[in-house]
Design a protein around this ligand. Structure first.
Ligand SMILES: *[C@@H]1O[C@H](CO)[C@@H](O)[C@H](O)[C@H]1NC(C)=O
Ligand SMILES: *[C@@H]1O[C@H](CO)[C@@H](O)[C@H](O)[C@H]1NC(C)=O
Ligand SMILES: *[C@@H]1O[C@H](CO)[C@@H](O)[C@H](O)[C@H]1NC(C)=O
Ligand SMILES: *[C@@H]1O[C@H](CO)[C@@H](O)[C@H](O)[C@H]1NC(C)=O
Ligand SMILES: *[C@@H]1O[C@H](CO)[C@@H](O)[C@H](O)[C@H]1NC(C)=O
Length: 248
């Protein structure tokens, strides 16, 4: 019986462990909701929900390298545009001294299925000593970009969703950590996301979680069967012992 209890406690602990790991995505700095409106109709044509953290290498006074870390704050100015095959989102913050732009393109591959992805990321920033301590070039304006990106891809007119953190390498010196992303750059209706296509990291997690759940289920089932079997055998023995005692 004590063995059964031990197994039950073990299964319980494993379940708690598995759920707490999945719930670990939080603790993001600030999660923004950004929209772009169509310039002619005034309707929302692009939506992006995400938290962004930047890490950028810089040179210090002593010639060593440092890493400047900053996040998109709560208060931003958003601009952009939507065309049938291109759309763009720009976030400006810290009195417009920092900008980040995501350009989305729609691509038709072979047949009629068309998908979108982010093709260009541009980051403009200022080497503020508060963010880049000991910088060799205080308040210098910097600009990094990459126009051969291929991230945040989904079927056109659907939304892309990723709960797992995505580390985006823009250049060898600049990366962006995107948290809890859902975005849609084309085919937005009534200012709402269309159905979501989840990133491979999320489906991968779910897959291993399901396998873990199945394994736990099988182990728990076997343990229970074993316990019942042991109990039956045990009480059968006891009964026989009792009988043999009596018949002697
Ligand atoms: C968008 O792409 C489609 C398919 O490639 C093309 O037929 C259409 O002319 C493009 N529209 C614009 C505005 O470039
Ligand atoms: C947004 O734009 C206004 C007007 O240009 C400016 O005063 C303000 O500082 C900007 N806000 C941010 C967060 O950059
Ligand atoms: C950010 O973009 C705005 C508008 O395009 C521009 O006026 C501003 O100079 C940009 N800031 C930086 C740091 O490049
Ligand atoms: C731009 O991104 C692509 C894909 O991540 C990468 O292969 C390429 O090296 C990057 N370009 C620059 C200038 O860093
Ligand atoms: C992205 O990953 C690289 C390599 O692991 C790391 O150096 C960088 O700090 C990460 N970027 C962010 C924003 O977390």
């Amino acid at each position: 019986m004590s063995w059964l209890i031990t197994t039950a406690v073990f299964v319980f602990v494993v379940c708690i462990e598995a759920t707490s790991h999945r719930g670990n995505v939080g603790s993001s700095p600030s999660h923004g909701h950004f929209v772009v409106r169509d310039s002619t109709t005034g309707q929302i044509c692009l939506i992006a929900d995400m938290g962004l953290q930047f890490k950028i290498l810089y040179t210090k006074n002593d010639g060593k390298f440092g890493t400047g870390v900053f996040s998109v704050p709560q208060s931003v100015n958003t601009t952009g545009f939507c065309d049938s095959n291109d759309s763009s989102l720009t976030l400006m913050f810290h009195d417009d001294t920092f900008n980040v732009t995501f350009d989305f393109v729609k691509s038709v591959k072979g047949g009629s299925v068309s998908r979108f992805h982010v093709s260009t990321i541009e980051i403009s920033y200022t080497e503020l000593p508060s963010i880049f301590p000991g910088t060799k070039s205080p308040d210098a304006r910097r600009h990094v970009s990459n126009n051969t990106m291929n991230i945040f891809s989904a079927d056109a007119d659907k939304s892309y969703m990723c709960n797992a953190n995505v580390n985006i390498t823009v250049t060898k010196d600049a990366s962006i950590l995107a948290r809890q992303v859902q975005l849609q750059p084309f085919g937005v209706k009534s200012g709402k996301f269309s159905s979501a296509q989840v990133c491979s990291q999320d489906t991968g997690n779910k897959g291993s979680f399901n396998i873990a759940a199945i394994v736990i289920g099988v182990i728990a089932g076997l343990a229970l069967l074993g316990g019942v079997f042991a109990y039956v055998v045990f009480s059968e023995r006891k009964r026989q012992d009792y009988h043999s005692l009596n018949s002697d």
